[in-house]
Ligand binder design. Structure first.
Ligand code: HEC
Ligand code: HEC
Length: 171
């Protein structure tokens, strides 16, 4: 496996806290984020773009987004109230600062200023830091188009998998 200085920076946090280093691929390196419970909920938010894992933004970002579905980046993506409430619950629980957050997610949460509720994952310091080695011209490639198209390079993004070893950048 390839260990970059970035994965080391992330692992450094957990190593520092546990005082443990396990020689073979640590589970921490897999970057798996929990996804909303059930295919139907995942599909509600994954029909137009990657089904973004709730752990990529803090709960306050999702609360704001899920209270403004009638104007979602200029689109009306409103859903029935019971569906909205189910989405809200899972996005809160699985948020970067939610009940299920692991070390990586808490680090994402910690990188967002307390008074901010970013609506774009791609605006967060975490996203920029993780992708600063991706040349600008790559984002514009036909098969990618925008940095928000996670699934173009992270093939299992819709299942919350972002592990470095799975990254494939389309030509
Ligand atoms: C009808 C299509 C559609 C549906 C359904 C939809 N979105 Fe979006 N979403 C968009 C568009 C359009 C954008 C803005 C794309 C752009 O300008 O880059 C966007 C952007 C986003 C972004 C910002 C991505 C980034 O980092 O730039 C997030 C997060 C997001 N949507 C979450 C959701 C969630 C959560 C749901 C379900 C409640 C949802 N979307 C449902 C169309 C949709
Ligand atoms: C152009 C391809 C590309 C796109 C599109 C892309 N990524 Fe990445 N991503 C990468 C690469 C390459 C890395 C590895 C960076 C490194 O380790 O130096 C990475 C790393 C990551 C990591 C860290 C994985 C780990 O092991 O800690 C996360 C999380 C991540 N990306 C999330 C996203 C999200 C969320 C999106 C969409 C909003 C996205 N990426 C879009 C190429 C991409």
């Amino acid at each position: 496996m390839s260990i970059t200085w970035k994965s080391l920076a992330i692992l450094g946090v957990s190593v520092g806290l546990t005082g443990l280093w396990i020689g073979n691929a640590p589970a921490d390196d897999e970057a798996v984020f929990p996804m909303p419970r059930g295919k139907a909920l995942v599909n509600e938010c994954g029909s137009c773009h990657t089904a973004y894992a709730p752990g990529l933004l803090p709960a306050r970002s999702w609360r704001k987004m899920l209270s403004e579905l009638d104007n979602h980046f200029g689109e009306d993506v409103s859903v029935q109230e019971p569906v909205r409430l189910a989405l809200l619950k899972d996005h809160e629980d699985m948020a970067a600062d939610g009940a299920f957050a692991d070390m990586r997610m808490r680090r994402i949460a910690g990188s967002v200023p307390a008074n901010a509720a970013p609506q774009r994952i791609t605006d967060t310091a975490f996203f920029k830091f993780m992708h600063d080695e991706v040349p600008k011209s790559f984002w514009r490639r036909k098969a990618i188009g925008t940095p928000a198209n996670c699934i173009a390079c992270h093939p299992r993004a819709n299942a919350g998998h972002y592990g470095e070893r799975e990254v494939r950048i389309p030509k």
